[in-house]
Design a protein around this ligand. Structure first.
Ligand SMILES: Cc1cc2nc3c(=O)[nH]c(=O)nc-3n(C[C@H](O)[C@H](O)[C@H](O)COP(=O)(O)OP(=O)(O)OC[C@H]3O[C@@H](n4cnc5c(N)ncnc54)[C@H](O)[C@@H]3O)c2cc1C
Length: 467
């Protein structure tokens, strides 16, 4: 880069996670000029798959929700439609560790809302008073105002404390690695708020939504609720890079600041070089974005500082199948915070997905930190592996010796959408309008899932095309 490159009509994308890649793919498709800058040696951000022997180990996400169809759009754009992988639903099932043993999540419970009476009535997970309280949801009057509240307040008000502690907290807050006591229900599950207002009850709303679900198109490729890619999630990164063209991607170069320059923006890089662009897309986490724009707009930086982040770790363990004494139920289990264990969840990766381990090997992935016991993420690899093994011994009696262990830490890996998040994002959007051609995308703002991140990239590309 030259000391002062003349302003071009080019766009700079800062960051190389899935939001940035989606934006780049869309800009390329639209025939627009851009360069993507990533501080690490390779792009992908949280999407990172490691091949270890015959194992396919996911460091971050292992799936996307096809319901959020933007991820499927991206997969198709980059020519990976044939690589989409359904989960092995013949083994499907979620188990919840409660009061010393695993209980199946009652059939018909959608996220946290019961839609079938008999499976809930027969369930060993919830006490009789708890089940009755969940059923009473049909008669709880809806709130009239649209004020945000915490997931804990919302679930306790509608479905009762036991549903919060045994189902909603591990299942729903767990996805966000967040604490339900301050997690915004409006920002994370607006669908529930909408159901309460439109149907007067979550149970009524969910049953109606299931009835009105459009029939599956028999000519469409088969889809499961969670989908992945045959070679792991990083395949989407590789496909995107091929589509974008490596000449438009600069890795190993961190952006240090963004400042105004004429009608555009000047980027300053870690080596002190600068380059000017007509538009800039900041696809970095909010705590990085805040630093980058701090000198240009301290007020906007202050708003970004209000978004908190949580840290978590994944611990993947491979075992010889012959060493595992017992059949493993479903796709894995989740652990409510009230159980005070040191893992949040465990997935049987090679049972949930084909292609993850050789026939004679079982790949398991444990989750530590996030909503509870976040301090454990700082332990060394040996400490984290020991914790997951101890918990597996305590919860399912698994004593076998792993043949492979891989630990990945995600410090400040997931934004926490706390109560008032949407209002904060609206203020950030408003302030950002003072900087035409500057876009903030990624998991910090309007959805942490891959689908929402991809959408944020597509939206920025559409706005740039309209400039
Ligand atoms: C353990 C884990 C499991 C998850 N599981 C799922 C799942 O199964 N399904 C799902 O949908 N979602 C899942 N998520 C969430 C999802 O993966 C993330 O929200 C999403 O990938 C974030 O993408 P992003 O583009 O916003 O940011 P990131 O992936 O964080 O990318 C940001 C990029 O910016 C780069 N960068 C930072 N600073 C600079 C700088 N100064 N200059 C240049 N580059 C910079 C970083 O190196 C990084 O590559 C999971 C997340 C984690 C941590």
């Amino acid at each position: 880069m030259n000391e002062s490159t003349p302003l071009t009509k080019k766009t700079a994308i800062v960051g190389g996670g899935i939001s940035a890649l989606a934006c780049a793919v869309d800009l390329k498709e639209k025939g627009l000029d851009f360069t993507l800058f990533e501080k690490e040696g390779s792009v992908g951000g949280k999407l990172c798959t490691e091949k270890v022997g015959g194992l396919t180990v996911e460091a971050g996400p292992d799936s996307y929700l096809p319901e959020k169809y933007w991820s499927v759009q991206l997969i198709k754009k980059v020519g990976l439609a044939g690589e989409m992988l359904c989960s092995n639903d013949e083994h499907k099932g979620t188990f919840i560790f409660s009061r010393g043993r695993l209980h199946p999540l009652p059939e018909g419970v959608m996220l946290m809302v019961p839609t079938m009476i008999m499976p809930l009535a027969k369930s060993s997970l919830i006490s009789w008073p708890g089940k009755l309280r969940m059923g009473m949801e049909l008669f709880v009057p809806p709130r009239c105002d649209l004020k945000d509240e915490s997931l804990a307040e919302f679930v306790t008000r509608r479905l009762g404390r036991e549903c919060l502690e045994r189902i909603a907290e591990p299942l729903v807050a767990g996805i966000h690695t967040s604490n339900p006591d301050n997690m915004s229900v409006m920002a994370t599950f607006p669908r529930f708020v909408d159901m309460e207002h439109k149907s007067g009850s979550l149970i009524r709303g969910m049953v109606a939504a299931m009835r009105n679900r459009p029939a599956r198109d028999p000519s469409a490729p088969p889809m499961t609720y969670f989908m992945s890619l045959k070679e792991g999630m990083q395949e989407l990164v590789q496909g995107s890079v091929r589509y974008i063209g490596p000449e438009r991607i600069r890795t190993g170069i961190a952006v240090r600041s963004v400042t105004k320059r004429g009608n555009g923006y000047r980027l300053t890089f870690s080596d002190g070089a600068t380059a000017d662009f007509a538009a800039v897309v900041l696809a970095t986490p909010s705590f990085v974005t805040r630093e980058l724009i701090g000198a240009m707009d301290p007020g906007l930086a202050e708003k970004l500082a209000a978004i908190a982040w949580s840290s978590s770790a994944t611990v993947s363990l491979a075992f010889r199948r012959s060493d595992i004494g017992q059949p493993l139920p479903g796709f894995g289990f989740i652990v409510p915070r009230v159980e005070n264990r040191r893992i949040n969840a465990c997935t049987w990766s090679s049972i949930k997905w084909a292609n993850r381990a050789p026939e004679d090997t079982l790949l398991i992935r444990g989750f530590v930190g996030g909503g509870h016991h976040e301090e454990l993420v700082s332990l060394g690899d040996g400490g984290l592996v020991a914790i997951v093994r101890e918990e597996l011994r305590g919860i399912i009696g698994l004593t076998a010796e792993p043949v492979v262990a891989k630990v990945y830490r995600w410090f400040q890996g997931m934004p926490k959408y706390t109560v008032g998040h949407l209002e904060r994002i609206a203020t950030i959007d408003e302030r950002r309008k003072a900087h035409p051609g500057l876009y903030l995308i990624g998991s910090s703002y309007r959805g942490i899932g891959i689908g929402d991140c991809v959408k944020s990239g597509f939206d920025a590309a559409a706005a740039i095309a309209a400039l």
